[in-house]
Design a protein around this ligand. Sequence first.
Ligand SMILES: Cc1cc2nc3c(=O)[nH]c(=O)nc-3n(C[C@H](O)[C@H](O)[C@H](O)COP(=O)(O)O)c2cc1C
Length: 355
Amino acid sequence: MTDSTKPKFDKVIIHYFSGTGNAKSVAHWIGDIATDMDMKVQIVNVGRDEKANEKDIIENTLFGFCYPTHGFNAPPIVLKYLWKLSRSKNNNEFFVVNTRAGMKISKVFIPGLSGLALLLPAIMLWVKDFTLIGYRSIDLPSNWISLHPGLKEKVINSIFKRCKRITVGFSSKILSGKPVYTGFWWLPIDLALVPISIGYYFYGRFVLSKTYIATNDCNECGLCVNSCPVTAISMKDGKPIWSYKCESCMQCLNNCPTRAIETPHGFIALIWWISFSLLPIVLIILIPQIIDFKGLTSKITYDILLLILSISIIFGSYRIMHKLMKFSIFNKIIKTTSLTSYKFWRRYKAPKKVD
Ligand SMILES: Cc1cc2nc3c(=O)[nH]c(=O)nc-3n(C[C@H](O)[C@H](O)[C@H](O)COP(=O)(O)O)c2cc1C
C-alpha cells in the first residue's frame, strides 16, 4: 500500500437511499475500495429505516451519504434523516455524493443538474459539527421514465463503466484523507436552480406522487407495496394506490414484473388542460355574475379561487381515476394514452455487475 492509498480513517459508515440502484451502486463501490484499504465498512440503507447507532461510531469514523437527485434537491427521506442525525462529537469528516440524470448522446456524456442536492445536506451536516471532505456528483443513467423512455442497455453500461471509474478515483482520495470538492464547480448553476428546488419540495413532489396508476395487468403480487422504500404504496380495491409519501423514486414503475404500473400521460394532460386552460376561462365568465367585485379585489378573488380549484382538481382527480380503473373501457383508455405502456418506452434497470 502506497502512502497515497493509506486510509486516514478506521471506519466508514456509508448511508444511502436509492430508487433504482444507482446510488446503491455508488455506496457499494466506495465500500469496496474502503474494504480493500482494510477499513471497517458499514452500509446503511436510509430507505429501509435503518440507522447508524452511537455504538457503531468508533473514533476516526468517516460518514458518507449517497442518494439520487429529486427535483434539484436531495430526496426528502434523506433530508429527514440528516435532520434527526445527532451532532458529531469528534468533528467527524463526511462526504456527500448525489447521483444525477446522466445521459449519453452519440459519444458525449451529458451531466444532470444538482440544484440544492449537495449543498443543503452539506450545510445540514456542517451545522451539526461534521467536517466536509468529499463533495461531488456522479452522473449515472437517468431513471426518470415518467419523463423519457429508459436508456438503451448499451448506453447504460457505458455510463456505468465511466461512473465507476470516477467513483473509484474519488473514493481513493477521500478515504486517504485528501479532500475532493469537485461539486463546487457547479455552484453558480446550482444556486440559479434553487427556486425550482424549493417549488419541487413544497409542491411538485406531491403532484408527482399522484401520477402513478396500476392497470388491469396488475396481478396483485404486492412487490411494489412491499419494496417501496418509503412505504408510500398500499392496496385499495385490489390495486396499488400511491400516497403523498411517495418520492417518485421510480422503483415500483421500473420493477413491476407485469409492467402494470404506468404514468397516465393522457389523463394528466387532460387534467392539466382543465385546470390551467379551461378553468381560468370559466372563472372569468362566471365570477362577475356571482360576485360584484371590482379592480384589485376581483383580481385577488380570481387568483385565490383559481389556485384552490386547480389544486383540488389535480389532487381530487387521482382518486376518481383510481375508482374508474375498475371499468375495462377506462382501463383501456388510460393504457393507450400512457406513453409508458408502449414497448419503445423501456424501463430502467441499474446493471447488477459493472467491470
Ligand atoms: C422524480 C425524479 C426527479 C429527478 N430529478 C433530477 C434532477 O433534478 N436532477 C438530476 O440530475 N436528476 C434527476 N433525476 C434523476 C435521478 O436523480 C438519477 O437518475 C439517479 O441516478 C437515480 O438514482 P437511484 O437509482 O439511486 O434512485 C430525477 C429522477 C426522478 C425519478
